[in-house]
Design a protein around this ligand. Structure first.
Ligand code: ZN
Length: 99
């Protein structure tokens, strides 16, 4: 029975495979399905990239500006109208920035 010497011992091989599998599933859970999708995309017109998700994340939620508030052109914070110190060329500055 010398045939086993060239082979990695079964229990070692198994632990290597399971740890690799663990790494794979841990870092990229959908790696296989993504690869499969990419392969399909090569043969199908109209590649469906997940661009919608990226675009949604880039959208900054805009808080409606109230009439008695303004955005300072220096610190870009929203201040109450009473804190407006200076208005120049369409830009407004708060009292904190104008001191
Ligand atoms: Zn300011």
């Amino acid at each position: 029975m010398a045939s086993d010497y060239d082979e990695v011992r079964p229990e070692v091989k198994e632990s290597q495979e399971s740890s690799l599998e663990a790494l794979r599933t841990e870092s990229t859970p959908d790696a296989r399905s993504v690869v499969r999708e990419l392969d399909e995309a090569d043969t199908v017109d109209g590649v469906d990239l997940p661009g919608d998700f990226i675009a949604e994340e880039l959208i900054v939620e805009v808080v409606p500006q109230k009439k008695d508030e303004f955005v300072c052109s220096s610190c870009f914070l929203v201040h109450h109208r009473s804190r407006l110190a200076k208005e120049k060329d369409g830009h407004v500055y708060c009292i904190e920035c104008e001191g």
